[in-house]
Design a protein. Structure first.
Length: 372
Protein backbone atom coordinates (compact mmCIF):
# COMPACT_ATOMS: atom_id res chain seq x y z
CA UNK A 1 0.00 0.00 0.00
CA UNK A 2 1.42 3.39 -1.01
CA UNK A 3 2.11 5.94 1.71
CA UNK A 4 -0.32 8.87 1.45
CA UNK A 5 1.63 11.75 2.99
CA UNK A 6 -1.23 14.22 2.60
CA UNK A 7 -3.73 11.98 4.41
CA UNK A 8 -1.44 11.39 7.40
CA UNK A 9 -0.54 15.07 7.54
CA UNK A 10 -4.25 15.99 7.70
CA UNK A 11 -4.88 13.42 10.46
CA UNK A 12 -1.92 14.74 12.45
CA UNK A 13 -3.21 18.30 12.11
CA UNK A 14 -6.63 17.23 13.39
CA UNK A 15 -5.06 15.40 16.32
CA UNK A 16 -3.06 18.48 17.31
CA UNK A 17 -6.18 20.65 17.04
CA UNK A 18 -8.22 18.34 19.25
CA UNK A 19 -5.37 18.18 21.77
CA UNK A 20 -5.29 21.98 21.88
CA UNK A 21 -9.08 22.12 22.32
CA UNK A 22 -8.95 19.68 25.22
CA UNK A 23 -6.09 21.58 26.88
CA UNK A 24 -7.81 25.00 26.62
CA UNK A 25 -11.18 23.65 27.74
CA UNK A 26 -9.63 21.88 30.72
CA UNK A 27 -7.81 25.07 31.70
CA UNK A 28 -11.05 27.08 31.50
CA UNK A 29 -12.92 24.57 33.64
CA UNK A 30 -10.18 24.39 36.28
CA UNK A 31 -9.28 28.09 36.46
CA UNK A 32 -8.35 29.49 39.92
CA UNK A 33 -9.80 31.38 41.60
CA UNK A 34 -12.73 29.26 40.54
CA UNK A 35 -15.38 31.04 38.53
CA UNK A 36 -17.87 28.89 36.67
CA UNK A 37 -17.84 29.84 32.97
CA UNK A 38 -21.16 30.51 31.26
CA UNK A 39 -22.30 27.21 29.82
CA UNK A 40 -23.61 28.71 26.55
CA UNK A 41 -20.31 30.45 25.78
CA UNK A 42 -18.36 27.28 26.51
CA UNK A 43 -20.65 25.27 24.21
CA UNK A 44 -20.23 27.88 21.47
CA UNK A 45 -16.45 27.86 21.76
CA UNK A 46 -16.09 24.06 21.82
CA UNK A 47 -18.84 23.38 19.28
CA UNK A 48 -17.56 26.00 16.85
CA UNK A 49 -14.06 24.58 17.11
CA UNK A 50 -15.31 21.06 16.31
CA UNK A 51 -17.44 22.27 13.40
CA UNK A 52 -14.44 24.10 11.95
CA UNK A 53 -12.28 21.00 12.39
CA UNK A 54 -14.68 18.37 11.07
CA UNK A 55 -15.89 20.37 8.06
CA UNK A 56 -12.63 22.05 7.08
CA UNK A 57 -13.28 21.49 3.36
CA UNK A 58 -16.57 23.42 3.44
CA UNK A 59 -15.73 27.16 3.63
CA UNK A 60 -19.14 28.29 4.85
CA UNK A 61 -19.11 25.87 7.79
CA UNK A 62 -15.53 26.87 8.55
CA UNK A 63 -16.63 30.52 8.69
CA UNK A 64 -19.56 29.62 10.96
CA UNK A 65 -17.48 27.44 13.24
CA UNK A 66 -14.67 29.95 13.49
CA UNK A 67 -17.11 32.78 14.27
CA UNK A 68 -18.89 30.78 16.99
CA UNK A 69 -15.62 29.64 18.56
CA UNK A 70 -14.25 33.19 18.58
CA UNK A 71 -17.50 34.57 20.04
CA UNK A 72 -17.50 31.98 22.79
CA UNK A 73 -13.85 32.73 23.53
CA UNK A 74 -14.52 36.46 23.78
CA UNK A 75 -17.39 35.91 26.22
CA UNK A 76 -15.39 33.45 28.33
CA UNK A 77 -12.31 35.69 28.46
CA UNK A 78 -14.54 38.59 29.56
CA UNK A 79 -16.38 36.65 32.29
CA UNK A 80 -13.34 34.65 33.41
CA UNK A 81 -10.26 36.75 32.49
CA UNK A 82 -7.86 34.60 34.50
CA UNK A 83 -8.56 31.46 32.44
CA UNK A 84 -7.08 30.34 29.15
CA UNK A 85 -10.24 31.33 27.25
CA UNK A 86 -8.20 33.63 25.02
CA UNK A 87 -6.89 30.41 23.48
CA UNK A 88 -10.23 30.00 21.70
CA UNK A 89 -9.86 33.49 20.21
CA UNK A 90 -6.24 32.94 19.17
CA UNK A 91 -7.04 29.54 17.62
CA UNK A 92 -9.98 31.06 15.72
CA UNK A 93 -7.75 33.81 14.27
CA UNK A 94 -5.07 31.28 13.24
CA UNK A 95 -7.70 29.03 11.64
CA UNK A 96 -9.22 31.99 9.77
CA UNK A 97 -5.85 32.82 8.21
CA UNK A 98 -5.00 29.19 7.47
CA UNK A 99 -8.35 27.88 6.21
CA UNK A 100 -10.18 30.83 4.67
CA UNK A 101 -9.45 33.14 1.74
CA UNK A 102 -8.48 36.72 2.48
CA UNK A 103 -11.85 38.20 1.55
CA UNK A 104 -13.46 36.16 4.34
CA UNK A 105 -10.74 35.87 6.95
CA UNK A 106 -9.80 39.57 7.12
CA UNK A 107 -13.34 40.84 7.99
CA UNK A 108 -13.83 37.95 10.41
CA UNK A 109 -10.61 38.66 12.29
CA UNK A 110 -11.45 42.37 12.35
CA UNK A 111 -14.81 41.61 14.01
CA UNK A 112 -13.06 39.34 16.52
CA UNK A 113 -10.64 42.13 17.41
CA UNK A 114 -13.52 44.60 17.82
CA UNK A 115 -15.44 42.16 20.04
CA UNK A 116 -12.38 41.51 22.19
CA UNK A 117 -11.78 45.25 22.54
CA UNK A 118 -15.39 45.68 23.64
CA UNK A 119 -14.78 43.04 26.30
CA UNK A 120 -11.80 45.00 27.59
CA UNK A 121 -13.99 48.11 27.76
CA UNK A 122 -16.54 46.19 29.85
CA UNK A 123 -13.74 45.15 32.23
CA UNK A 124 -12.38 48.75 32.31
CA UNK A 125 -8.92 47.60 31.38
CA UNK A 126 -6.19 50.12 30.51
CA UNK A 127 -5.43 51.18 26.93
CA UNK A 128 -2.42 48.87 26.69
CA UNK A 129 -4.79 45.92 26.68
CA UNK A 130 -6.41 47.22 23.51
CA UNK A 131 -3.03 47.48 21.84
CA UNK A 132 -2.03 44.00 22.97
CA UNK A 133 -5.34 42.63 21.71
CA UNK A 134 -4.96 44.21 18.27
CA UNK A 135 -1.36 43.05 17.93
CA UNK A 136 -2.21 39.55 19.18
CA UNK A 137 -5.19 39.09 16.86
CA UNK A 138 -3.18 40.34 13.86
CA UNK A 139 -0.22 38.13 14.77
CA UNK A 140 -2.42 35.04 15.08
CA UNK A 141 -4.08 35.76 11.75
CA UNK A 142 -0.72 36.31 10.03
CA UNK A 143 0.55 33.06 11.54
CA UNK A 144 -2.40 31.31 9.96
CA UNK A 145 -1.73 32.97 6.61
CA UNK A 146 1.91 31.89 6.75
CA UNK A 147 0.89 28.33 7.60
CA UNK A 148 -1.56 28.32 4.70
CA UNK A 149 1.16 29.44 2.30
CA UNK A 150 3.53 26.81 3.66
CA UNK A 151 0.91 24.10 3.19
CA UNK A 152 0.20 25.32 -0.33
CA UNK A 153 3.89 25.19 -1.18
CA UNK A 154 4.17 21.70 0.29
CA UNK A 155 1.16 20.56 -1.72
CA UNK A 156 2.59 22.06 -4.90
CA UNK A 157 5.89 20.34 -4.21
CA UNK A 158 4.10 17.01 -3.78
CA UNK A 159 2.21 17.55 -7.02
CA UNK A 160 5.46 18.41 -8.77
CA UNK A 161 7.08 15.25 -7.42
CA UNK A 162 4.09 13.19 -8.57
CA UNK A 163 4.17 14.78 -12.03
CA UNK A 164 7.92 14.21 -12.26
CA UNK A 165 7.51 10.58 -11.26
CA UNK A 166 4.73 10.16 -13.84
CA UNK A 167 6.87 11.77 -16.52
CA UNK A 168 9.76 9.46 -15.64
CA UNK A 169 7.46 6.46 -15.83
CA UNK A 170 6.21 7.60 -19.24
CA UNK A 171 9.78 8.11 -20.42
CA UNK A 172 10.74 4.64 -19.18
CA UNK A 173 7.69 3.17 -20.89
CA UNK A 174 8.50 4.97 -24.14
CA UNK A 175 12.11 3.80 -23.94
CA UNK A 176 10.96 0.22 -23.31
CA UNK A 177 8.58 0.37 -26.28
CA UNK A 178 11.32 1.82 -28.48
CA UNK A 179 13.71 -0.93 -27.41
CA UNK A 180 11.07 -3.57 -28.06
CA UNK A 181 10.46 -2.12 -31.50
CA UNK A 182 14.18 -2.13 -32.15
CA UNK A 183 14.52 -5.77 -31.11
CA UNK A 184 11.45 -6.73 -33.14
CA UNK A 185 12.88 -4.93 -36.18
CA UNK A 186 16.18 -6.78 -35.87
CA UNK A 187 14.50 -10.14 -35.44
CA UNK A 188 12.25 -9.47 -38.41
CA UNK A 189 15.09 -8.30 -40.60
CA UNK A 190 17.31 -11.28 -39.81
CA UNK A 191 14.78 -14.10 -39.68
CA UNK A 192 12.50 -12.93 -42.48
CA UNK A 193 15.38 -12.56 -44.89
CA UNK A 194 17.26 -15.73 -43.95
CA UNK A 195 14.24 -18.01 -43.57
CA UNK A 196 12.60 -16.77 -46.78
CA UNK A 197 15.76 -17.45 -48.77
CA UNK A 198 16.24 -20.82 -47.04
CA UNK A 199 12.65 -21.81 -47.78
CA UNK A 200 13.12 -21.07 -51.47
CA UNK A 201 16.28 -23.17 -51.61
CA UNK A 202 14.66 -26.11 -49.83
CA UNK A 203 11.62 -26.01 -52.11
CA UNK A 204 13.92 -25.92 -55.11
CA UNK A 205 15.91 -28.86 -53.79
CA UNK A 206 12.71 -30.84 -53.19
CA UNK A 207 11.55 -30.16 -56.75
CA UNK A 208 14.94 -31.20 -58.14
CA UNK A 209 14.91 -34.43 -56.14
CA UNK A 210 11.46 -35.29 -57.46
CA UNK A 211 12.79 -34.74 -60.98
CA UNK A 212 15.76 -37.01 -60.35
CA UNK A 213 18.32 -34.23 -60.67
CA UNK A 214 20.28 -35.13 -57.56
CA UNK A 215 23.39 -33.22 -58.53
CA UNK A 216 21.55 -29.93 -58.82
CA UNK A 217 19.61 -30.73 -55.65
CA UNK A 218 22.88 -31.31 -53.79
CA UNK A 219 24.18 -27.96 -55.01
CA UNK A 220 20.96 -26.28 -53.89
CA UNK A 221 21.24 -27.88 -50.47
CA UNK A 222 24.80 -26.60 -50.27
CA UNK A 223 23.47 -23.12 -50.94
CA UNK A 224 20.86 -23.70 -48.24
CA UNK A 225 23.61 -24.62 -45.78
CA UNK A 226 25.48 -21.46 -46.74
CA UNK A 227 22.32 -19.38 -46.17
CA UNK A 228 21.94 -21.02 -42.76
CA UNK A 229 25.48 -20.05 -41.79
CA UNK A 230 24.91 -16.53 -43.07
CA UNK A 231 21.67 -16.32 -41.08
CA UNK A 232 23.47 -17.38 -37.92
CA UNK A 233 26.17 -14.80 -38.57
CA UNK A 234 23.47 -12.15 -39.14
CA UNK A 235 21.84 -13.14 -35.87
CA UNK A 236 25.13 -12.79 -33.98
CA UNK A 237 25.71 -9.38 -35.54
CA UNK A 238 22.21 -8.24 -34.61
CA UNK A 239 22.68 -9.44 -31.02
CA UNK A 240 26.03 -7.66 -30.87
CA UNK A 241 24.44 -4.45 -32.10
CA UNK A 242 21.66 -4.72 -29.53
CA UNK A 243 24.29 -5.16 -26.82
CA UNK A 244 26.16 -2.09 -28.05
CA UNK A 245 29.13 -3.92 -29.57
CA UNK A 246 31.14 -2.13 -32.24
CA UNK A 247 30.63 -3.61 -35.71
CA UNK A 248 33.34 -3.48 -38.45
CA UNK A 249 31.31 -1.76 -41.16
CA UNK A 250 33.89 -1.88 -44.03
CA UNK A 251 34.40 -5.64 -43.51
CA UNK A 252 30.64 -6.23 -43.40
CA UNK A 253 30.11 -4.31 -46.64
CA UNK A 254 32.98 -6.20 -48.25
CA UNK A 255 31.32 -9.49 -47.33
CA UNK A 256 28.04 -8.33 -48.86
CA UNK A 257 29.62 -7.27 -52.14
CA UNK A 258 31.66 -10.48 -52.41
CA UNK A 259 28.53 -12.52 -51.81
CA UNK A 260 26.64 -10.59 -54.48
CA UNK A 261 29.46 -11.00 -56.99
CA UNK A 262 29.60 -14.74 -56.34
CA UNK A 263 25.83 -15.22 -56.61
CA UNK A 264 25.04 -12.91 -59.51
CA UNK A 265 28.32 -13.18 -61.42
CA UNK A 266 28.19 -9.43 -61.89
CA UNK A 267 30.77 -6.70 -61.49
CA UNK A 268 30.90 -5.09 -58.05
CA UNK A 269 32.97 -2.12 -56.99
CA UNK A 270 33.32 -1.28 -53.30
CA UNK A 271 35.19 1.80 -52.10
CA UNK A 272 35.81 3.43 -48.73
CA UNK A 273 36.68 7.14 -48.67
CA UNK A 274 38.08 8.96 -45.68
CA UNK A 275 39.67 7.69 -42.48
CA UNK A 276 37.73 4.76 -41.07
CA UNK A 277 36.42 5.30 -37.54
CA UNK A 278 34.17 3.49 -35.09
CA UNK A 279 30.48 4.39 -35.32
CA UNK A 280 27.65 3.85 -32.86
CA UNK A 281 26.11 0.37 -33.24
CA UNK A 282 22.75 1.69 -34.42
CA UNK A 283 24.44 3.82 -37.13
CA UNK A 284 26.57 0.90 -38.29
CA UNK A 285 23.58 -1.41 -38.40
CA UNK A 286 21.45 1.13 -40.29
CA UNK A 287 24.15 1.49 -42.99
CA UNK A 288 24.73 -2.26 -43.20
CA UNK A 289 21.00 -3.03 -43.50
CA UNK A 290 20.70 -0.39 -46.21
CA UNK A 291 23.44 -1.99 -48.30
CA UNK A 292 22.00 -5.44 -47.69
CA UNK A 293 18.50 -4.42 -48.77
CA UNK A 294 19.82 -2.54 -51.80
CA UNK A 295 21.73 -5.61 -53.03
CA UNK A 296 18.71 -7.81 -52.37
CA UNK A 297 16.56 -5.52 -54.50
CA UNK A 298 19.14 -5.60 -57.28
CA UNK A 299 18.99 -9.41 -57.26
CA UNK A 300 15.20 -9.30 -57.49
CA UNK A 301 14.61 -6.43 -59.90
CA UNK A 302 17.84 -6.02 -61.89
CA UNK A 303 19.59 -9.39 -62.09
CA UNK A 304 23.05 -9.17 -63.54
CA UNK A 305 23.38 -5.43 -62.93
CA UNK A 306 26.74 -4.09 -61.90
CA UNK A 307 26.81 -2.46 -58.48
CA UNK A 308 28.91 0.27 -56.94
CA UNK A 309 28.98 0.55 -53.15
CA UNK A 310 30.65 3.65 -51.76
CA UNK A 311 31.16 4.38 -48.05
CA UNK A 312 32.38 7.89 -47.27
CA UNK A 313 33.67 8.93 -43.83
CA UNK A 314 33.39 12.71 -43.82
CA UNK A 315 34.06 14.86 -40.74
CA UNK A 316 30.44 15.95 -40.44
CA UNK A 317 28.65 12.75 -41.56
CA UNK A 318 28.91 9.19 -42.82
CA UNK A 319 27.38 8.48 -46.22
CA UNK A 320 26.60 5.23 -47.98
CA UNK A 321 25.65 5.10 -51.67
CA UNK A 322 24.62 1.98 -53.57
CA UNK A 323 24.25 2.42 -57.34
CA UNK A 324 23.12 -0.34 -59.69
CA UNK A 325 23.69 -0.05 -63.45
CA UNK A 326 22.42 -2.28 -66.22
CA UNK A 327 20.05 -5.21 -66.01
CA UNK A 328 16.37 -4.55 -65.46
CA UNK A 329 15.68 -1.07 -64.06
CA UNK A 330 12.25 -1.88 -62.61
CA UNK A 331 11.70 0.03 -59.38
CA UNK A 332 11.51 -2.14 -56.27
CA UNK A 333 8.27 -2.46 -54.39
CA UNK A 334 8.33 0.11 -51.54
CA UNK A 335 7.03 -2.57 -49.18
CA UNK A 336 8.68 -5.82 -50.26
CA UNK A 337 8.82 -8.82 -47.98
CA UNK A 338 11.81 -8.75 -45.71
CA UNK A 339 13.28 -5.38 -44.88
CA UNK A 340 11.44 -2.81 -47.00
CA UNK A 341 12.55 0.66 -47.98
CA UNK A 342 10.21 2.13 -45.38
CA UNK A 343 12.02 0.24 -42.65
CA UNK A 344 15.36 1.49 -43.94
CA UNK A 345 14.08 5.06 -43.92
CA UNK A 346 12.92 4.59 -40.31
CA UNK A 347 16.34 3.25 -39.35
CA UNK A 348 18.09 6.23 -40.87
CA UNK A 349 15.73 8.72 -39.23
CA UNK A 350 16.09 7.05 -35.83
CA UNK A 351 19.84 7.49 -36.20
CA UNK A 352 19.30 11.17 -37.04
CA UNK A 353 19.99 10.82 -40.76
CA UNK A 354 18.25 10.87 -44.13
CA UNK A 355 17.37 8.15 -46.62
CA UNK A 356 16.77 8.49 -50.35
CA UNK A 357 16.01 5.84 -52.96
CA UNK A 358 15.03 6.32 -56.58
CA UNK A 359 15.93 5.89 -60.23
CA UNK A 360 19.25 7.17 -61.49
CA UNK A 361 20.30 7.92 -65.07
CA UNK A 362 21.55 4.38 -65.62
CA UNK A 363 19.90 2.39 -62.88
CA UNK A 364 18.80 2.71 -59.27
CA UNK A 365 20.41 4.69 -56.44
CA UNK A 366 20.10 4.27 -52.71
CA UNK A 367 21.67 6.92 -50.54
CA UNK A 368 21.91 7.23 -46.74
CA UNK A 369 23.52 10.10 -44.87
CA UNK A 370 23.87 10.06 -41.07
CA UNK A 371 25.51 12.92 -39.15
CA UNK A 372 28.69 11.97 -37.34
Amino acid sequence: MAFDHGWYQARWRQFRSIAGLVAITWSVLTARPWAPPPLAALVLAVGGWLVRLLFERQPRLVVAGTSLSALGGVVLSTTNPRSAALGYVAAACVAAGARLPWRWSAPLVTLVGVAQTAGHLVLHRPFIWHVVTAVGVAACWLAGVVRRQAEDRAEQAQLLVAETRLAQQEQARAAALAERARIAREIHDVLAHALAALSVQLETADALLEGGRTGQARATLGRARQLTREGLAETRRAIGALRGDTLPLPELLSGLTEGYAADAGAAVQSTVDGPVRDLPPDVTLALYRTAQEALTNVRKHAPGASVTVRLCYAPEAVRLTVLSEGGSTAAPDPEPSGYGLTGLRERAELAGGTFEAGPDRTGWRVDVRIPA
